[in-house]
Write a protein that binds this ligand. Structure first.
Ligand code: AMP
Length: 193
């Protein structure tokens, strides 16, 4: 386990608890000798996690699409900043560079990134852990939606169980380091439900 990819808000959120958690997460990665892979911006929770990880001595790699860089320069103090052609290249490179994924609170971009890597795990395209850091119960409505998807037969329980959820950073990082990818059926109706 070398690097964790973080998906999180380009906004900081209303409560200061979000930036505080992002900062603590960056520090915790550095404390364990883990590097950070993230979207490369110096805004919102993205900036908070990256700055805290850098200050605490971690390797921090940003991956920024050209079009976003044109609007707002990427973070200038990173260990490495890769500027790539578009969003698809960005997500592929972020996935390649890391050994696990953690979503902190965020908006539409964060959800899109989370669901993409969770779907890839479900389909067996990678075997890396996919996680949520649940700050202040932020993810509870999303988790309720996923329960509904299971109850109504659109998601199998084995795929829901692939997502690691914790509200404590150290315990989440422990679970990541111990993660053994499950053998799960890929399709609804393909064995376990
Ligand atoms: P959201 O959760 O909607 O705030 O989206 C987070 C995602 O926003 C990031 O992963 C990026 O795709 C995108 N994003 C928005 N603004 C920036 C920025 N200034 N630098 C880098 N990425 C950004």
């Amino acid at each position: 386990m070398q690097r964790i990819c973080v998906f999180c808000g380009s906004a900081a959120g209303v409560s200061p608890a979000y930036a505080q958690a992002a900062k603590q997460f960056g520090q915790a990665l550095a404390g364990r000798g883990l590097g950070l892979v993230f979207g490369g911006g110096n805004v919102g929770l993205m900036g908070a996690v990256a700055n805290a990880a850098l200050e605490a001595g971690a390797e921090v790699i940003g991956v920024l699409p050209k079009a976003l860089q044109a609007r707002e320069p990427g973070h200038q103090g990173l260990t490495q900043l890769h500027v790539v052609a578009g969003m698809h290249e960005r997500k592929a490179m972020m996935a390649e560079l890391c050994d696990g994924f953690v979503a902190l609170p965020g908006g539409l971009g964060t959800l899109e990134e989370l669901f993409e890597v969770w779907t890839w795990a479900m389909l067996g395209f990678h075997r890396k852990p996919v996680c949520l850091l649940d700050v202040g119960g932020y993810w509870a409505p999303l988790l309720a939606m996923v329960e509904r998807m299971v109850d109504d037969g659109f998601v199998i329980a084995a795929h829901r169980r692939m997502l690691i959820v914790d509200d404590r950073i150290e315990s989440l990082l422990d679970k990541i380091s111990e993660y053994q990818p499950p053998q799960v059926p890929r399709w609804i109706g393909d064995g376990e439900t």
